[in-house]
Write a protein that binds this ligand. Structure first.
Ligand SMILES: Cc1cc2nc3c(=O)[nH]c(=O)nc-3n(C[C@H](O)[C@H](O)[C@H](O)COP(=O)(O)O)c2cc1C
Length: 226
């Protein structure tokens, strides 16, 4: 698939057919994705390939719990886990939120043929912007380019999946389940499979709505006149 087309047409896929993803195909996806940029090129990532049905089911349960907290913020009309909550008590009762079942349970997590759990080695990645009194973002930058490369490579062979974050809410339990050492943290987890329906039209804002010239309050960066 042509690169620009892949960039514009790789959606979050949350419904998979029963088709398997072979080790051969999965290896090939990772073989291309590994060229992702990452901090200092230390490649402080570790990927766990999860196929065992019981393990996927348990990860699905943990994911569901994390998603219930996320949904609780939504019900309250708030941006889930917005940065302004950092270091402060949550604005909703998370324990209560966990008791409310999701309207659509995320069954694609436990029915996906394969889950890729992407970890980061805290002794190898740089978190350059930690301690600045705001949410650090640099560390995740050593996981998400790899994750996006995985999605692009998957799209190229007719597969799909999506980046996830809510599983992080249950990281201690995930750590025990997958024998994750203390100095590794969850970057993201990707369920991967063959899409039931290939979505190719993505809704995104135009460049000029989020790009300015010179300064933040500079003029919008407009498309060149044709
Ligand atoms: C950092 C990050 C975290 C995300 N976490 C989740 C998640 O926990 N669960 C989920 O279903 N989708 C998650 N997504 C997927 C987004 O919802 C998706 O990329 C976005 O809605 C755009 O979807 P589209 O490409 O299909 O338009 C995450 C995406 C990113 C980049």
């Amino acid at each position: 698939m042509e690169l620009r087309e892949a960039m514009r047409t790789t959606p979050a896929t949350r419904a998979f057919t029963d088709d398997d993803v072979s080790d051969e195909v999965l290896y090939d996806i990772l073989e291309h994705a590994r060229f992702a940029p990452n901090g200092g090129n230390r490649q402080g990532w570790h990927v766990i390939v999860v196929r065992d049905p019981d393990t996927k089911a348990r990860i699905g349960e943990l994911y569901d719990l994390g998603f219930r907290e996320y949904a609780g913020y939504h019900r309250a009309g708030l941006v889930p886990f917005a940065a302004e909550d950092d270091g402060k008590p949550p604005k909703i009762d998370l324990a209560e939120a966990r008791t409310v079942a999701l309207p659509n349970e995320p069954s694609h997590i436990w029915t996906a043929p394969v889950l890729l759990v992407i970890l980061l080695d805290t002794s190898a990645i740089s978190s350059v912007d930690s301690g600045l009194g705001r949410v650090p973002v640099t560390a995740g930058g050593s996981a998400f380019p790899l994750a996006n490369n995985i999605l692009l490579a998957a799209r190229d062979v007719g597969l799909g999946g999506h980046v996830t974050s809510v599983l992080a809410r249950e990281e201690p339990a995930l750590r025990r389940l997958l024998h994750i050492p203390d100095h590794f943290i969850l970057g993201t987890m990707i369920p991967l499979g063959k899409p039931v329906k290939q979505i190719t039209k993505l809704r995104r804002a135009a460049v000029e709505t989020f790009t300015t010239v010179g300064t933040f309050d500079g003029p919008a960066f407009m498309p060149p006149a044709s």
